[in-house]
Design a protein around this ligand. Structure first.
Ligand SMILES: Cc1cc2nc3c(=O)[nH]c(=O)nc-3n(C[C@H](O)[C@H](O)[C@H](O)COP(=O)(O)OP(=O)(O)OC[C@H]3O[C@@H](n4cnc5c(N)ncnc54)[C@H](O)[C@@H]3O)c2cc1C
Length: 374
């Protein structure tokens, strides 16, 4: 099939998951989207997002269950957070419906490198002035990156679908379990997704998953999936490409919430790339404004980053104390404000739109943090 495809495109999007689909949804012209798997086949996550993301993208029909409550469990307490409502959704139908929001052509191929407008794949070479790298934690042009990008810290998560039902998103911390892990049970209609993650990136978690499920009487692990996810902000521009989602370390430290940032930064990158495609901005201007947007949130990321480092080292009793603090009235207003704004779902739109863009994307210098990230 690839022989029939032209070599030159207005934009090329590498990676057809959250970040790539969000970017493509904002691009006009001839857009090529490339992924090594079929769209919607590579589920790695528990697929929970703030309901506002699905609403604003007009993808509510992909929701499996809505959750008003987030419950943090420690050994002796279970406390409900007064947070924003979340939804668990079906990854495959989300990705396929979202892809229909764009006019992109899809090519199933492995991206080998993406540099200076040239994307080399297992099915040939393609060129475009606009390249968006949304290939997740592995990233497409690893060889080039190794030289310049600072190392993005990686967490690892593993989860299983279990045939149980429930309400609310449940997190489990402390309680005599080993440090540097957090556990969850997310109901999703006719099943729950239950898993655990390590901040250290340690990945042999099957025995602990079985133990966790056994403790909660959720049976033995069924179909499992998972993988690495990033937890430190990386460089948002590489080799003249916009880098979005886990490829740029957008996944939020502490919670491992990476879908919302991939969607938000994906659409912002897509809008700025579209302005470049139309000739309203030069490509260097569009790239530098994208970088400014990401950097304007670096403080929020830094705070979460440091918190994650501390949490990874806390002994159990203190970890429990943290769980209680997160659930407390004192912490909630800060969490709602800062945690929401770091990747604001109100910037998401269902239709292609050159708005909304945050101040830093409009070239308002007060919002720009000019320090280099690499
Ligand atoms: C167990 C687990 C549970 C999680 N639960 C949640 C959750 O409930 N909520 C949440 O917000 N976040 C969650 N996360 C984090 C979230 O999954 C990631 O942050 C998010 O998927 C990042 O999206 P992305 O589009 O940047 O990258 P990805 O979703 O990783 O997508 C990358 C895409 O690029 C493709 N690709 C990669 N390399 C190549 C290549 N060389 N050539 C072609 N294609 C390529 C892949 O096939 C894939 O489709 C979880 C993570 C894990 C591991």
């Amino acid at each position: 099939m690839s022989q029939a495809l032209p070599t030159e495109w207005d934009a090329i999007v590498c990676g057809a998951s959250f970040g790539g689909l969000a970017a493509a949804s904002q691009l006009g012209g001839r857009v090529l989207m490339i992924d090594s798997g079929e769209i919607g086949d590579g589920e790695t996550s528990a697929s929970a997002v703030p309901v506002a993301c699905l609403e604003n993208l007009d993808l509510m029909h992909t929701a499996e269950q809505l959750h008003d409550d987030i419950v943090v469990h420690t050994a002796r307490h279970a406390q409900t957070l007064d947070f924003f409502p979340y939804a668990t959704f079906d990854y495959r139908s989300f990705c396929r419906s979202f892809f229909e929001h764009s006019d992109a052509r899809f090519l199933r191929a492995r991206v080998q490198s993406a540099s200076e407008g040239v994307v080399a794949t297992s099915k040939g070479r393609f060129e475009s002035p606009v390249v968006i790298d949304a290939t997740g934690w592995r990233t497409a042009a690893q060889a080039a990156r190794k030289k310049r990008a600072r190392v993005t810290r990686r967490s690892f998560g593993l989860e299983s679908r279990q045939p149980y039902v429930g309400d609310g998103l449940h997190f489990y911390v402390g309680g005599g379990r080993r440090n540097r892990r957090f556990y969850w049970v997310f109901p999703a209609g006719d099943h729950v997704r239950a898993g655990l993650a390590t901040y250290s990136g340690e990945s042999s978690l099957s025995p602990e998953l079985s133990e966790f499920l056994g403790d909660l009487d959720l049976g033995s692990p069924g179909h499992t999936h998972g993988g690495f996810f990033t937890s430190r902000l990386g460089e948002p521009i590489r080799d003249s490409a916009f880098v979005v989602g886990d490829a740029a370390g957008h996944c939020l430290p502490v919670t491992g919430e990476g879908i919302r940032p991939a969607l938000v930064y994906g659409q912002i990158a897509g809008r700025l790339a579209e302005l470049a495609r139309r000739g309203d901005l030069t490509l260097p201007e569009a790239l530098s404004r994208y970088r400014a947007v990401v950097r304007s949130h670096s403080r929020g990321y830094r705070i979460l980053d440091r918190l994650q480092v501390v949490l990874g080292r806390l002994p159990d009793p203190m970890f429990e104390g943290f769980g209680r603090y997160v659930a407390s009235e004192r912490f909630q207003p800060w969490a709602r404000r800062v945690y929401w704004k770091v990747a604001d779902p109100d910037l998401l739109t269902a239709e292609p739109s050159l708005e909304p863009l945050p101040p830093a994307a409009l070239g308002e210098r007060s919002a720009i943090d000019p320090r280099p990230t690499a």
